[in-house]
Each structure stands twice: as C-alpha cells, then as structure tokens.
Design a protein around this ligand. Structure first.
Ligand code: PEP
Ligand code: MG
Length: 592
C-alpha cells in the first residue's frame, strides 16, 4: 500500500528507486557493486568471515566450560550458543547470498543489509527474550565484518553506471535500479563519503534544513529529504520509494500512476537544468547594470574544478573542517593541510579561494568520540574559533598551512564564530605569529586578506569592531538564524520556527550589509540563504552584491540576478523589512 512521509526538503530533484536501510553505526561499511564473475568470491569472503567467528566461538566455549563460578560459565555458554545459532541461521545466510547474487552488493553491504532485514523481524516479535536477541545478532554481524577485514575484496568502490533518470523505471528491474539510502541519522562526514557513491537519493529521520548533513547532501546535488521522522522504521529494506527533494516528501510503495507523475516531474526538472546551463557564460549583471559576484561553497579541495565548471568566480567558503573529520583524532599536519589548500587554489585556476579555519563542534563532531563527549549544549559550546583558540598549536598549524598555500594563488582567510574583542585580538595575534614562524623557518608564504564571519547576533550588533579589524566580512546566515531565534538548526522538531525571514534576522542581515557598504568593506552571504532563489531579490534589494552557495545553485541564482532591477528592489526591500511577517510579501511577485 502506498503512503507518504513528510520531511524537510533539503536537496532538490526527484529520485526513485529501492530503499537501502542502513544503521548509522554501519554507514562506514563500503558500499559498491561487484562484477558478476566476482559473486562467488564475494560469497566466499562472507563464508570465511563467518567460519572465523564460528571457530572463535568454539574456542571460547572450550574455555568457558572450565570457568567458575558455574553460574557465570552457564550464562556465557548460553550466550555463545545463541551466537552460534544465529550464525547458522538459514535466513541470514540465504539473505546475504541473495543480496550478493541478485543485487551484486559487495559482501559487507550484503551482510549489513540482511542484518537490517532480520533485525526488523526481531523488533516485531512479541516475546521480549527473542526481541532482545537483536543485540546478539548485531554483535555477531560486527564480528563477521571485523573478521572479513582480513579478507578484503580487491574491488575498488565504484560509481554505478546507473540509468539516466529520465529513463522509465520498471518495477521488475532488479539489478539496474537506483538505490535510495534511508537512515535514522547520518553525520556530515558519513554523508561526505557518499560523494562517489551508488546512491541516487537520501532520507534521514532527523536533521534540520541547514544541519550540516543537509548542507553536504545539497552539495552532492542529489535529491534528499531530512527530518522525515520514523522513515527508517516505516520503510523496509528494498521497498520502492520516491523522494521529492523539492517538496520534502518520501512516497513509499508508489502506485504506477505516481511513478508516472514523478517521472514527468523528473523530466521537467532536467529540462529546466539544461535551460539554465545556457547562462553559464553570461556575466551576472542586473538589469540596471550592477555586477554581482556568484561564489561557491566547497567542502573538499576536489570540489574546486566542479565549482569552476558550475560558473563560480571564486570560492566564498571552503569549509576546511571536512579535512579534519572522521580521522579518529589524528588531525592533518601542516604539510597535508598545505597541500590540500594548494590543491583547492590550483583547482580554481587563479580565482580567489576563501578558506575558513576549522569549524568543528555542534553537529560537526571531529569523530565518534567527540560526538559522544557529554557537551550540554554543543552549539553553544567549544565550537569553531573557540575550539581553535583553545588549542593554539593546532590553530597555528592550520594558519601556517593556509599562509604557505597563499603563495600559489589568491587565498583569503575567514574566521568563524567570533563575538568578543579579545577573541579577535587573539586570533589576529596568532595570524601574525604564524607569519613570524614561517619567516624563522625560511618558508615562503603569500599575502592573505583576513575576514570574519558574522554569524552570532553579538557580532552583527557590534559590527564597528569587526569593520575596524577585518578586511572583509561574510554573513553566516545559517548560524545567525540559529542564534538569533534560539532554534537548533539540526533539530527537525523546531524546524518550522527556523525562519530566515523573521524580522530580527532580516534586520541584522540588512544592517550588516548597509554598514559594510557605507564603509566600502566587502561583504558576502555564505549561508544557505545565498543559494535560495526565493531570497535572491530580497538580498539584492538589501544591497548584497556577493553570494556564496552550493555550485549547483549558481545558475538558478544568476537567472534571478539577470531579471532584477536593484533600484526598485531596494525600495521593495525596505517594505519587507518593515513587515511583521514578511513571508507572504515574498511569495507575491516582487518588482523586477
Ligand atoms: C553559516 O553559519 O551560515 C555558515 C555558512 O557556516 P556553517 O553552515 O558551516 O556553520
Ligand atoms: Mg556557521
């Protein structure tokens, strides 16, 4: 039976395919397809992994028999019996074979997929004892996965050739169907590793529109819905699903009529994209001749060439923290960072790259250990520049790497989450110290402009301080909204209150742009507002001339710029600013 789940629209487009359910703890298992001639070897890898665990359990059983007290020995023996029984379970074994043989999943993926299927059955059991055996099942699966690590497949992760999305989807297809990843939650680092993945779309139960997981999904330019509460419980492994990334809807088990309707929408979206591609080389000038700078937000140096191809005239935000995440606490050293920043600069072919210093914490933990650390209020805690200033040696390493990379291109340095004069002075002192250290070591470095993000209301309200100390400013509207409205940007339960058009937010944005312009200081917006076409005219009307966004949004925003008259928009923007609830005003057609 068809049903729909409402979530939050985060990455546009329509995707249709079969659901792949993954528990977040297992997402770092490799997902790739094997060739047909490799199926037998892949099944053999699982068999060997399983046999290794069976042998280990047999060894344990022997030592448990000699243990005392006898009650403990008895309990342990019973647990090991259950583990052996699960390892011999016909459904687990035949299911894994099915995923490998019929779907060509690699061994680890097949095993975790079947784990989700069987675990779901355990969840539905009435008997509490049996329900609790799910934990045993998870334990033995992890053991088999570990045992298989010693017998890794030689096949490299690959991107499936995949159907073109405009081709009709046939329900009887088995191997050649797109796959939609459904998970309770995905960390931004998990999401990033899907960049080269086989998935055509993503759904998560939790997350807000500007959570970093959503931001990364958007940068992958793959349809995604977050905050689709209970999706990972309601959708079953292998169900047919449609994701409507524009409306934030997940349709489960769609009827043929729904498939046809969404197929039509998909083709319309593709037509719109190819129409927009004609604007690639058109200069971003408004009707009244104002030049507008359209920049890209990137997460990794490898994103730079794609940003140039998408029409960006530079990078307005390189979120350097993605170089630091998911490394089990081993942070990149100066050389590794220097090479990464240099790659980004070279990838941009002489265009400027704004490198933001590391912004970890809140919903961007460095790794699982940091995520688990009990911070009461991580978004208000040791995040971004606060984290950097708490570890000056780490921060100096990053600063030296950026300064050295600046010898190879136009690098700009951007500091996140500043609020206090003391933080500003400390930061700038460390930038100066990094230069001195490079001089002492005789290493070359280039000039950089230093900018600050305005993303805490306190910063917007004391802008004079920032204008005095910095060469340029960048409005981080994602956090500015979060901190002005006291709304956790990654909490879907308050997502309806996360309002970029709240008059308080608009006033802070408007006054920041106006004060920068009055002093001739460069200002841009690099939060998600900059890539939201429904905001383009308002931001132009408020005087903004520099927008930094996901590369995939650049041409859609350029289309808005080309149709705009900034003189008229300036008058209209003042009316919007004076409104109690500006939403409806924005929905009505604005002046050109
Ligand atoms: C912002 O806060 O708007 C921003 C661009 O930074 P991030 O989304 O990485 O916090
Ligand atoms: Mg921010």
């Amino acid at each position: 039976m068809s049903f729909a789940i409402q979530g939050l629209a985060v990455a546009r487009g329509i995707a249709m395919g079969r659901a792949v359910l993954v528990a977040s703890s297992r997402v770092d298992v490799a997902h790739y397809f094997v060739a047909e001639h490799e199926v037998a070897a892949e099944i053999d890898r699982v068999r060997r992994g399983r046999n290794a665990v069976v042998e280990e359990i047999a060894r344990l059983q022997a030592s448990v028999a000699a243990m005392s007290p006898r009650e403990t020995a008895h309990e342990l023996a019973a647990m090991l019996d259950v583990h052996l029984m699960l390892l011999n379970d016909e459904e687990l074994i035949s299911g894994v074979k099915h995923w490998i043989t019929d779907r060509l999943y690699n061994a680890e993926w097949a095993l975790t997929t079947q784990l989700e299927v069987v675990a779901r059955q355990f969840d539905e059991m009435e008997d509490q004892y049996l329900r609790e055996r799910k934990a045993d099942l998870e334990q033995i699966t992890e053991k088999v996965l570990r045992a298989m690590k010693g017998a890794a497949s030689p096949v490299l992760p690959l991107q499936r050739a995949g159907r073109r999305s405009s081709q009709p989807l046939l329900l009887e297809d088995t191997v050649d169907v797109p796959l939609i990843l459904v998970a309770h939650d995905l960390s931004p680092a998990d999401m990033l590793q899907f960049k080269q993945s086989v998935f055509a779309g993503f759904v998560t139960d939790v997350g807000g529109k500007t959570s970093h997981t959503a931001i990364v999904a958007r940068s992958l330019d793959i349809p995604a819905v977050v905050g689709a509460r209970l999706a990972s419980q309601l959708v079953r492994q292998d169900d047919w699903v449609i994701i409507d990334g524009d409306a934030g809807v997940v349709v489960v088990d769609p009827s043929p009529a729904m498939l046809a309707e969404y197929g039509f929408k998909q083709r319309q979206a593709e037509l719109e994209r190819s129409r927009l591609s004609r604007l690639l080389h058109t200069p971003a000038l408004t009707l009244d001749g104002e030049r507008v700078e359209l920049l890209a937000n990137i997460e990794m140096p490898e994103d730079a060439p794609g940003a140039v191809q998408a029409g960006a005239v530079g990078v307005g935000l390189f979120r350097s923290e993605f170089l630091f995440m998911g490394r089990q606490g081993r942070l990149p050293d100066e050389e590794e960072q220097y090479l990464a920043y240099r790659r980004a600069l070279e990838g941009m072919q002489g265009l400027p790259v704004t490198i933001r210093t590391v912004d970890v914490g809140a919903d961007k933990p460095l790794d699982a250990a940091q995520a688990d650390a009990a911070h009461l209020n991580p978004a208000l805690g040791l995040r971004a520049i606060r984290w950097s200033l708490a570890d000056p040696a780490m921060f100096l390493t990053q600063l030296r790497a950026i300064l050295r990379a600046a010898a190879h291109g136009k690098a700009k340095l951007l500091i996140p989450m500043l609020a206090h004069a003391s933080e500003i002075r400390q930061t700038l002192d460390l930038v100066a110290q990094a230069r001195v250290e490079l001089d002492q070591r005789g290493l070359a470095y280039g000039p950089v402009q230093v900018g600050a993000m305005i993303e805490i209301p306190a910063a917007a309200l004391t802008l004079g301080l920032f204008l005095r100390y910095f060469d340029f400013l960048s409005l981080g509207t994602n956090d500015l909204i979060q901190y002005t409205l006291a709304i956790d940007r990654s909490d879907e339960s308050v997502a309806h209150l996360y309002d970029p058009l709240h008059p308080a937010v608009l006033r802070l944005v408007a006054s920041t742009i106006a004060e920068c312009r009055a002093q001739g200081k460069e200002v841009s917006v690099c939060g998600e507002m900059a890539g939201d076409v429904s905001m383009t005219r308002l931001l132009l009307g408020l005087g903004l001339r520099s927008f930094s966004m996901h590369p995939a949004q650049i041409l859609a925003v350029k289309q808005e710029v080309l149709r705009a008259d900034t003189g008229r928009l300036a008058v209209w923007a003042q009316q919007v600013l004076a409104c109690e609830e500006p939403g409806p005003l924005l929905e009505r057609p604005a002046p050109p």
